[in-house]
Design a protein around this ligand. Structure first.
Ligand SMILES: Nc1ncnc2c1ncn2[C@@H]1O[C@H](COP(=O)(O)OP(=O)(O)OP(=O)(O)O)[C@@H](O)[C@H]1O
Length: 251
């Protein structure tokens, strides 16, 4: 997953209500970028523009320098809810995207099987989603997402429904996975610490209509550990992002 993305002056309204106001941002090849912003500011709307579930009213979205319309199947999207199919085993959930793209089930299973170990799901290939913990379900959903080898990974609050401890474990795990694979990734999150821990850069959106009010570069080297979040550099950036969100008028 090593595409690159550029949004230029993108705007979007719903029934006259302006949601996105002149959004410009970019994600370089192999970069992990997060968007944080107030609830209802339009973060998911940006992802829905990228997956083409919605069309922008104005501006340009370029993928690898081409208009998005010409860059089919560019994104592997992991929604807020894991949306695993309860009647399919974990491995058959994992291969769903491959099957949709025409791969035979036996071949798709052979592609997926070696990945289960790294996703902490070895031994659970033939279990059904209802028998898994929340963290395992999210890892299964992420496995299904990344196996499709798209150009870019889109994550919409992937850990929002998890308890605090599982969420932290998942952040550590994802950080390790990303360091190994260097996917081009865009994460939407409410969790500023999560954004700092995982990202190379962070965009902060204003309340609706959303505009980019600040952009932060995260100065932590990789690979990162949770202990790095206690460093003065991490603490300073976390505080500054929170200040920007809470008191945008002062920034
Ligand atoms: N299809 C739609 N029709 C009308 N209004 C919509 C539609 N989709 C989103 N909205 C509105 O646009 C605004 C932004 O929604 P969006 O889901 O993008 O925000 P968000 O920042 O992702 O919110 P949250 O952080 O709470 O998930 C909200 O006020 C929402 O009600």
């Amino acid at each position: 997953m090593n595409g690159m993305l550029e949004l230029k002056n993108v705007s979007k309204s719903f029934d006259g209500m302006e949601v996105l106001n002149d959004i410009s941002l970019h994600i370089a090849r192999g970069e992990f970028v997060s968007i944080v912003g107030p609830s209802g500011s339009g973060k998911s709307t940006i992802l829905r523009l990228l997956t083409q579930a919605l069309q922008a009213d104005g501006g340009d979205i370029l993928f690898d320098g081409m208009p998005l319309l010409q860059a089919q199947h560019a994104f592997a999207f992991m929604p807020q809810r894991d949306a695993l199919m309860p009647w399919r085993s974990v491995i058959d959930n994992a291969i769903l995207g491959l099957e949709v793209h025409g791969m035979r089930r036996s071949q798709a299973r052979a592609v997926a099987a070696p990945l289960f170990d790294r996703f902490g799901l070895a031994g659970f290939e033939n279990y059904y989603p209802a028998t898994l913990s929340g963290g395992m379900r999210q890892r299964a959903a992420l496995l299904r997402t990344v196996i499709q080898r798209q150009d870019m990974l889109l994550l919409d609050e992937p850990f929002g429904a998890l308890d605090a401890l599982t969420r932290t474990q998942m952040q550590e795990w994802l950080q390790g996975m990303w360091t190994d694979h260097r996917w081009t990734a865009l994460l939407i999150t409410h969790d500023v610490r999560e954004a700092v821990f995982l990202s190379d850069r962070i965009y902060v959106l204003s309340a609706r209509p959303a505009a980019v009010i600040r952009e932060f570069e995260v100065p932590l080297k990789r690979p990162r550990t949770l202990a790095d979040l206690g460093s003065p550099a991490a603490q300073a950036i976390e505080t500054e992002i929170l200040q920007t969100l809470l008191h945008p008028q002062r920034t």
